[in-house]
Design a protein around this ligand. Structure first.
Ligand code: 6GU
Length: 238
């Protein structure tokens, strides 16, 4: 693999747990980074604090349980990390109150030059931080789904993996992006079940049609399986 002079996509992640992002050095994403296709920098938010305890949180105005992330470290961190040129940059803020994440959102993020992830913890980041940056850079608050994680790091990992695999040159055979669940080519259908050798395993056989060599029949069977699965899982189609 020859390193590219400039990466296709630059990623910055700001977190109080930079080690949480270490899986990004593995597998396809890791390869995309070491090959130079993707640039990754992980930053510790506490590097932008100025007190002895490196404080990033405080109690919420109005009361209530939990702590809120202070705006000042975030402001200093994001000013530094974003820099002056925010063209083609998206600030991604993972939060359970964000817009639902879908393959279409992944595809649109994959067209950007730069993604900066602001990973909050506790009860969230002081809302003025998002209000401030929304006016200055494309900002997307994104939720992975209707459940609560302890912070944005796991969501950032999921978003980064789903975006990076869409970049040209990351997946060996780009055909495999076409016929997968949630790909636009499948009209919202989930992927059909797949089989490999051996022909019989623990008394279970591979469906005969897949051995027939009859491509039209195989396509029809796969479509029917995908439709049944999508309806069984109560998933919408396009
Ligand atoms: Cl993006 N962040 C957090 N903290 N929790 C979540 C989430 C994101 N998506 C679902 N739950």
């Amino acid at each position: 693999m020859t390193p590219l002079p400039t990466p296709l996509l630059r990623l910055d992640v700001v977190s109080i747990f930079p080690e949480y992002l270490s899986p990004l050095s593995l597998s396809l994403v890791g390869k995309a980074i070491t090959s130079g296709l993707v640039g990754l920098r992980v930053h510790d938010l506490r590097d932008w604090t100025h007190d002895r305890h490196r404080t990033v949180d405080d109690t919420p105005y109005g009361g209530g349980a939990g702590m809120v992330m202070k705006p000042e470290p975030w402001g200093e961190a994001l000013d530094d990390v974003l820099g002056d040129d925010t063209a083609d940059t998206t600030l991604v803020v993972p939060t359970p109150s964000g817009v639902p994440y879908t393959q279409a959102v992944a595809a649109s993020l994959a067209t950007r030059k730069r993604l900066v992830f602001a990973c909050g913890r506790y009860e969230g980041i002081d809302a003025r931080v998002m209000a401030y940056y929304r006016d200055r850079v494309d900002t997307q608050e994104i939720s992975l789904g209707d459940y609560v994680l302890n912070g944005g790091e796991v969501a950032a990992l999921a978003i980064i993996e789903s975006v990076v695999r869409l970049l040209p040159g990351v997946i060996g055979n780009p055909e495999s992006l076409v016929e997968e669940s949630h790909s636009p080519d499948l009209d919202g259908l989930l992927e059909y079940p797949v089989f490999t050798k051996p022909l019989e395993w623990r008394g279970l056989s591979v469906p005969d049609v897949l051995l027939s060599g009859h491509h039209a029949k195989i396509s029809a069977w796969r479509r029917e399986q995908a439709e049944r699965l999508t309806s069984d899982r109560q998933r919408p189609t396009v």
